[in-house]
Design a protein around this ligand. Structure first.
Ligand code: NAP
Ligand code: SF4
Length: 677
């Protein structure tokens, strides 16, 4: 075996007619890039990942036909013009020595389209449209369209296709009685429900030929009621093997499942045990996935025999060179995916370009170039939060001489608070990565150092990234000793009583509520605890892997009430793909959420509130402590002093705009500014 620290991860995989260089599959992600029509941009996105060493890339889902598209107008591979566009991608990937398969995704009843189709006319809880029930001719058309898409993919130069058979899309809908109530040869017994996927694979193989990779993404644990049993999963996998698939990839949970599967609070490699159950039952290589984000985790999963290959998707947004860095012994320099979804899936599902909080270049490879500086400068940066850190690293990588001043004795700024929240442990890795990169880039870091105008005088450029301070809401009684700020709770370790009223229900209010309702070990670091908390069991024990007794949340050590002034749903502005998880977690912990609140006053008994414009229903929210999570204001005093002294400064991050600031905007602004200096 090689002397590499990742012998399993970096071992080649022989598929018979071709050999993949390593065990890393870059999983499918919809990027919205194809829909821009700029195929050079699409090609560059994938080519950078091929250059970075991904063993096999799978594209975002391409619709086989209009009714199967995730939304009207979503990219597909419909005619000669599309084939020419896709050729740009395959050529660019091959020029980098990579391999790429096109995913064929038929969205079934998840298609955002009144013309969507499914085995039975049952609306999904996450879509407004009742799908049209497919008749015999309709089913034949769908199968034929899959086969045509595969033939076109081959013509466009792809090395293979992945048939999307999981996450609750069309193929998955045929497999389970949750969505398939048919009584003809496509429904009823499992043999009948399996017929559609098997026909699709058979016809795809016929259309595409033998020396072409066919991957089937199989839903191994549906996490929905009436999902598959594990016996059915095994039966399907064996039948797929007979039809000639080359690789079986793992799908975990349907989109409508109310169990988190990829969010940051999901433990790393939380579902690889499901793939492991299938090992030995089929001869084809198995790919496992979900929350694998470092070479160490990937290596362990493979070494323990859970799978033959690992799929990582978002980690390739955070760092296209993931594999190359691991192979070169530079794993610590891999920008970590913290599974926040903030710049990837939250963007994808709101029609924006998929990017990455940690790496704003993702999806913008042709637009945001980091080139060596024409003339190296002396640059001072004040504040080592996400904005200052990313500006410092980017500027230093470009060849500038960078000094970074930080008043605290640690780097990270607001990230230091995020990392203390149970379920946000990934922030530790992000802070570590920033520290590694500061050193690698040669930034002169001055911790515990207040930057004065005198100290900044000799620099060519000064960047002020001094962040934010908590906003005082101006409520009568807020100066009482039992009233704390979120900084007291999260950064200074203040004692907090058993009854807590949280004022403000933005991201920080939710974070504080999660912090205060947990005791002991974080379930995100203990898989057994986490599975129990969410009610996930072995699919051999219960259909779909759902515990019939439901979730078993750990009891909260405190009674928490969270409030906001605005009416409507509490936590409305949380991330599109993660807000529901935060709301559900807190509900399971018994947190009470109140909207439309007027804060009349705070006294030693708690918070006196009323509701609505008419100040109705006055009541006392009894509390031992009140925690203010009422947003932030910019810390601009240094910037103002420098400007008053006639200096030109760049102000970025929270010091620039505090409203709704998050690490995504801070890092993006830091990188973009540093790219221009
Ligand atoms: P925020 O999202 O702006 O929320 C502030 C909260 O305070 C709101 O509930 C607001 O709601 C309330 N508020 C504002 N002014 C007030 C006043 N004068 N009196 C009483 N209540 C007031 O700010 P944040 O929660 O501090 O978060 C800061 C940033 O960090 C946000 O952009 C957030 O998204 C980000 N963050 C993100 C995450 C994440 O997981 N992605 C986690 C933490 C923080 P009402 O006006 O309705 O009362
Ligand atoms: Fe990972 Fe967050 Fe980047 Fe998405 S935005 S790839 S979840 S770090």
């Amino acid at each position: 075996m090689s002397s590499s620290p990742y012998p399993h991860l970096l071992a080649p995989l022989d598929l018979g007619f071709l050999t993949l260089p390593n065990r890393v599959l870059m999983g499918s992600m919809h990027t919205n890039l194809e829909e821009t029509g700029d195929w050079d941009r699409v090609a560059r996105f994938y080519a950078e990942r091929a250059r970075g060493g991904a063993g096999l890339i799978v594209t975002g889902g391409m619709a086989p036909n209009a009714e199967g598209a995730v939304f009207p107008g979503a990219a597909g591979l419909f005619g000669p013009e599309d084939i020419a566009n896709h050729r740009k991608v395959t050529r660019a990937v091959h020029e980098e020595g990579g391999r790429i398969a096109m995913q064929i995704l038929h969205a079934g009843r998840y298609a955002y389209n009144p013309e969507c189709v499914a085995p039975s006319p049952i609306k999904s809880p996450i879509s407004p449209f009742v799908p049209k029930e497919l008749d015999e001719a309709g089913i034949e058309k769908q199968i034929a369209d899959f086969a045509t898409a595969a033939a076109r993919a081959r013509e466009a130069g792809y090395d293979g296709v992945e048939i999307m058979g999981s996450e609750g899309y069309l193929i998955n809908e045929f497999l389970v009685t949750h969505t398939n109530r048919r009584t003809d040869r496509w429904g009823g017994s499992y043999e009948n429900r399996m017929r559609f996927p098997l026909e699709v694979v058979r016809r795809v193989r016929q259309a595409a030929g033998e020396d072409f990779i066919v991957i089937f993404r199989l839903s191994m644990i549906d996490l929905v009621p009436e999902g598959s049993t594990f016996d059915e999963v095994v039966q399907l996998a064996q039948a797929l093997e007979k039809e000639g698939v080359n690789i079986i990839n793992t799908g975990i949970g349907w989109h409508e499942a109310r169990i988190p599967t990829i969010a940051t609070s999901v433990p790393r490699a939380a579902f690889t045990w499901v793939t492991a159950k299938l090992r030995g039952k089929v001869g084809v290589p198995l790919v496992t996935s979900n929350r694998i984000n470092t070479p160490e985790v990937a290596e362990k999963v493979l070494a323990e025999g859970h799978a033959d290959m690992v799929s990582m998707a978002r980690p390739f947004l955070a760092d296209p060179a993931f594999v190359a860095k691991a192979a070169a012994g530079r794993a610590r320099e891999i920008a970590p995916c913290i599974a926040c979804n903030q710049a990837c899936l939250d963007h994808t599902f709101s029609g924006r370009i998929t990017s990455c909080l940690v790496n704003p270049r993702a999806g913008n490879e042709t637009l945001l170039e980091i080139r060596p500086a024409a003339a190296p400068k002396r640059i001072a940066i004040v504040g080592a939060g996400p904005a200052g850190l990313s500006a410092a690293i980017t500027a230093a990588e470009r060849g500038h001489s960078v000094t970074l001043f930080e008043a605290a004795d640690v780097i990270g700024g607001q990230l230091q608070m995020a990392r203390r929240i149970p379920g946000k442990e990934e922030f530790d890795g992000l802070i570590d990565w920033f520290a590694t990169m500061l050193t690698a880039a040669g930034v002169d870091l001055r911790l515990g150092t207040e930057a004065t105008p005198e100290a900044l005088a000799g620099f060519d450029e000064v960047i002020v990234a001094t962040g934010v301070v908590p906003r005082r809401p101006g409520i009568e009684g807020e100066e009482l000793p039992h009233v704390l700020s979120y900084v007291d709770v999260l950064a200074r370790g203040a004692e907090v009583g058993e009854r807590v009223a949280i004022i403000g229900a933005g991201g920080i209010g939710f974070d504080v509520a999660e912090f205060l309702t947990h005791a002991g070990e974080s379930p995100s670091c203990n898989l057994e605890l986490w599975l129990k908390e969410w009610g996930v069991v072995d699919p051999e024990i219960a259909r779909g892997g759902l515990d019939p007794a439901g979730p078993h949340p750990l009891p909260s050590p405190r009674k928490v009430v969270m409030m906001q002034r605005s009416p409507g749903k509490v936590g409305r502005r949380l991330g599109k793909t993660t807000g529901w998880i935060h709301r559900l977690t807190l509900r399971m912990k018994g947190v009470k959420m109140l909207a439309g609140v007027n804060y009349e006053r705070i006294d030693e008994n708690g918070v006196h509130v009323s509701f609505g414009e008419a100040r109705e229903n006055p009541m006392l929210i009894e509390a031992d402590n009140v925690v203010l999570c009422t947003g932030q204001i910019s810390e601009r005093s240094l910037a103002e002093r420098l400007e008053a002294a006639g200096m030109t400064v760049h102000v970025i991050g929270g010091a620039d705009v505090a409203a709704e600031l998050d690490a995504k905007r801070a890092i993006d602004q830091g990188v973009r500014l540093a790219a221009t200096l």
